[in-house]
Write a protein that binds this ligand. Structure first.
Ligand code: WTA
Length: 668
């Protein structure tokens, strides 16, 4: 593990936060999990963790063949759960609802241009079956990998569910990633089929998804046998004969029923690539049974819902409309769009566009229009909407809301209070959920009916999760002392391995000195009430607008440019995006100045966007003749972080190999 948190000083405001917001008496009276139930759940889990999860796996999942054993630790840290049980995720999300609520709306899908489509569970089931049959007709079998590169339309979920139905392992790639990133993921996963769309729309702009796939496939040899292309509209795209097939043609003659593939609970459901401490993204591999259990159970707890919320007796839950704004390209869109809410039989909104188009009231308009009751979004969206129109929510009727949620990065108390007061009308608890791609599902959050919220704190672990903060001696950190966040015991939804890289899995998450504990990569502290506060990453991962970016990944992208000799990337705090990417670049030729430097900045920013995707584009690039290094040749990243922040350099730089370049790096 690398040094301690490099971001903690930017969170001092959080550490002085003392406000506390208990749920209203009305909320508590109607909650599924009040403080007593929460305490009871924790006692039950403490008594017998395995029995605790087995009971929930039986209650919440329909098994084809029941499991006889919960946790298997014999091959730690490659833990298994419910391994001899068989099930199908798509069956659990669709088929089992049909007898009682076939006509209930599963998806309210709103496109960028405002067109809305309501899709019932029956209709969703039929679409999924047709595509699943179509994929089978192309030769896709259980265990094959399918890359999904789609806009945020209903058919993105259909594609994921269709893969799950036939046991194919999907790897969704966010639509903003470049052709090179798509190619890398196809190659690493050895995918056979790509499912994409001719185009997508975001904020009125066309996203040429199929064109990007075509570019990617020039780099992937003969791996990809077929590309299934959803016609989002009638935009033209090049269709390569024999390889490319339109979704509507593939599915036109397929049956609206499809026998699900019953797979072991340990069968991989999906791979999702995420950034780590090296230049190469990690293929986080999730299971079928444990993952589904985590997704549905956390959905029910965190969002105070019941299975079959369509027939819930408790008042407003019968009409709950859930909206998670995350794209299916991220883990949040997997667990709280594609799987959790559907397994629970909920109605949810899906949105193709962006929060600021046609203007910054889009979210509020949609909450009013679709009577959203539970709204789950990212702090970066909240901050940008404050900036662009703090008063806009007041123009809409947001009284349907009962719970607000936050995910992906720390939410600063100012944004929290605005979200609470202006969006939530002061009446909605805010579930600030801490978790990761690797944990699969939510780990910590204030349970809305069981405890008070504190702005900026993710409160406490959900029942059945043993989360701790340890100091350098591996002892539990004292209250208010920062340390490394660890998870002590296995849990059902955790990452199973890194795709075809078990060694990296072990070293990345179970470093020896931590004695078998899962190391999350975050630093944190606990206050006197046992509330957790996340302080930042302890590795070289940045969090820009809630998206994980590896500094090494961006550095390798920069040095891939023939003009670049060396590059170092660090983060600096940003009021809007949480962190911003700052790159220090050494060119092969002379250090550019003036107009030349400005031109070079443009070229390199565009280059990074092309190599990785627009989300990785540096906010700032500075040039120098060299990087600050110790005499042993190590780049002094801490120094670079201070420079990026514009802090005065107070530390001793006399050990530097080349102290004179500090001034160059400080020049903008
Ligand atoms: C950060 C997103 C503070 C954290 C679900 C974690 C958070 C990383 C929160 C995972 C939160 C996520 N408060 N920080 N509520 N949620 N993070 O894999 O650093 O994209 O390790 O998963 O985001 O990002 P990932």
């Amino acid at each position: 593990m690398t040094s301690n948190s490099n971001h903690s000083d930017s969170h001092t405001s959080v550490l002085h936060e003392t406000r506390s917001f208990p749920p209203s008496a009305e909320f508590v009276a109607n909650t599924e999990v009040n403080a007593d139930v929460f305490a009871q759940l924790n006692r039950e889990a403490a008594l017998d963790l395995d029995a605790f999860w087995c009971k929930r796996a039986r209650d919440l999942i329909t098994w084809e063949k029941p499991f006889t054993k919960g946790l298997d630790e014999s091959n730690a840290p490659f833990f298994q759960w419910f391994a001899d049980g068989t099930l199908n995720v798509s069956y659990n999300c669709l088929d089992r609802h049909l007898a009682t609520r076939a006509d209930k709306t599963a998806l309210i899908a709103e496109l960028d241009d405002g067109t809305v489509e309501h899709i019932s569970y029956q209709q969703l089931y039929e679409r999924v079956c047709r595509l699943a049959n179509g994929l089978r007709s192309l030769g896709v079998q259980a265990g094959d990998r399918v890359v999904i590169y789609m806009p945020m339309v209903a058919n993105a979920v259909v594609a994921m569910q269709a893969c799950a139905r036939i046991g194919a392992i999907h790897s969704v790639v966010f639509g903003g990633f470049s052709s090179k990133s798509v190619a890398e993921r196809i190659i690493d996963a050895e995918a056979k089929v790509v499912i994409t769309s001719n185009v997508g729309y975001r904020g009125g702009k066309t996203v040429e998804l199929k064109k990007t796939v075509d570019e990617a496939l020039t780099q992937t040899g003969s791996l990809i046998e077929h590309v299934v292309v959803f016609a989002r509209d009638d935009s033209q795209t090049n269709m390569q004969a024999g390889r490319d097939i339109w979704w509507h043609e593939l599915t036109a003659k397929q049956e609206a029923n499809c026998q699900p593939a019953w797979v072991s609970a340990e069968h991989p459901l999906f791979i999702l690539y995420t950034s780590g401490s090296t230049g190469k993204p990690k293929g986080v591999q999730h299971s079928t049974g444990g993952y589904l259990l985590g997704a549905v159970q956390s959905y029910l707890w965190t969002f105070d819902s019941t299975m079959d919320s369509g027939t819930a007796s408790k008042h407003h839950k019968a009409n709950d409309v859930f909206w998670c704004t995350a794209d299916v390209g991220w883990v949040t869109g997997h667990s709280y769009v594609a799987y959790g809410p559907l397994a629970a039989g909920a109605t949810q909104v899906m949105f193709e566009g962006i929060p600021t188009y046609p203007d910054a009231s889009r979210f509020w308009q949609m909450i009013e229009k679709h009577k959203v009751t539970i709204f789950y979004t990212a702090p970066t969206a909240i901050r940008s909407l404050i900036k662009l129109g703090a008063d806009l929510p007041k123009r809409y009727d947001l009284s349907s809301l009962r719970i607000l949620g936050s995910v992906g990065e720390p939410i600063n108390p100012e944004a929290w209070i605005w979200y609470h007061d202006v969006v939530g009308g002061g009446r909605c608890p805010i579930v600030d959920t801490w978790w990761q791609t690797e944990t699969g599902t939510q780990m910590m959050t204030p349970l809305p009916g069981a405890m008070a919220c504190k702005p900026g704190s993710c409160a406490q672990p959900l029942p059945g999760l043993s989360i701790n903060i340890v100091d350098e001696t591996m002892q539990t950190a004292a209250p208010r002392e920062s340390g490394t966040l660890v998870i002590e015991r296995p849990f059902p939804s955790m990452v199973r391995t890194l795709w075809r890289d078990p060694e990296r899995f072990k070293t990345a998450y179970f470093p020896e000195e931590f004695g078998g504990r899962y190391v999350a990569g975050d630093s944190a502290m606990r206050d006197e009430d046992g509330y957790f506060w996340i302080l930042g990453r302890i590795d070289d991962v940045l969090n820009v607008s809630g998206h994980r970016l590896g500094t090494m990944e961006i550095e390798s992208a920069l040095v891939a440019n023939h003009l670049v000799a060396e590059a170092a990337v660090v983060g600096r705090p940003d009021a809007l995006t949480g962190e911003a990417v700052v790159a220090f670049v050494i060119l092969k030729g002379a250090r550019p100045t003036g107009d030349d430097a400005a031109e070079m900045v443009k070229v390199l920013k565009a280059f990074v966007a092309q190599e990785i995707g627009a989300i990785a584009r540096p906010a700032e690039i500075r040039f120098a003749d060299g990087l600050p290094k110790t005499r042993s040749g190590k780049i002094m990243r801490r120094l670079l972080r201070s420079i990026a922040r514009g802090d005065a350099i107070t530390s001793d730089i006399s050990t530097l190999e080349n102290p004179a370049i500090i001034q160059q790096l400080q020049e903008k």
